[in-house]
Design a protein around this ligand. Structure first.
Ligand code: FES
Length: 216
């Protein structure tokens, strides 16, 4: 047995991971934000239903998330959606990763980057709302968007390359009758594949398969 800590997640992380709030695709979303992490390759979508109650500001009437990410990504997404639901867009843009990490008591340092995914996807969805409605966009949000867009481009190129290499390898393996073997390194992590069933309320309906082995 190693001395590695297998209990580094807090109870709050486990609770959100095993019973995520607002998980699933929202079919009637008004705006969607999508981001990827160029370090781990994980992906996140935030779905928003934004409404305006004049004379108030636009606000988040409903929210849900969809992710291919680790346990920390699922837990932080769940909490981020809790924090953002019912907020005006101005309020929602003030949600930070530090707030999310604090809400889960703590995250191991190597998992803090996971907490950025949902916060960034939320910002992107709000950015897309502003673009769609020809609303003014603050320089800070524009800068944030440009940075995310650059990362998305890099990630898309990497996935395209991986996909090409993967299909080349598959074709070679089938020609030789060999079992598929992908030359990329294998990564074993706590990534979870989450099968999500959307409900009207987007309440937790996911079945999770932690500790999968992923080939990238
Ligand atoms: S989101 Fe990629 S490792 Fe957590």
């Amino acid at each position: 047995m190693s001395d590695l800590p297998y209990d580094f997640y807090t109870q709050e992380v486990y609770d959100h991971f095993q019973n995520p709030h607002h998980a699933g695709v929202m079919t009637d979303a008004t705006d969607i934000g999508e981001v990827g992490n160029i370090v781990c390759g994980d992906l996140m979508r935030i779905y928003l239903k934004i409404e305006i109650n004049p004379p108030q500001e636009p606000y988040i009437k409903d929210i849900s998330f969809e992710t291919y990410g680790c346990a920390a990504a699922i837990a932080t997404s769940s909490l981020t959606t809790d924090l953002a639901l019912g907020k005006t867009l101005t309020e929602a843009l003030t949600i930070t990763k530090d707030q999310v990490v604090t809400g889960l008591t703590r995250l191991p340092p190597q998992k803090v980057h996971c907490s950025i995914l949902a916060v960034d996807a939320l910002g992107e969805a709000i950015y897309n709302y502003f673009v769609r409605t020809n609303s003014p966009i603050s320089p800070e949000l524009e800068k944030r968007h440009q940075h995310i867009a650059q990362q998305q481009t890099i990630l898309a190129e990497r996935y395209a390359e991986w996909s090409k290499n993967s299909s080349d390898t598959t074709a070679a393996a089938s020609e030789t009758g060999c079992e598929t073997s992908i030359s990329s390194p294998k990564i074993t992590s706590d990534h979870a594949s989450t099968t999500i069933t959307a409900t009207d309320s987007h309440t937790a309906t996911s079945s999770t398969t932690p500790a999968t082995t992923r080939t990238s």
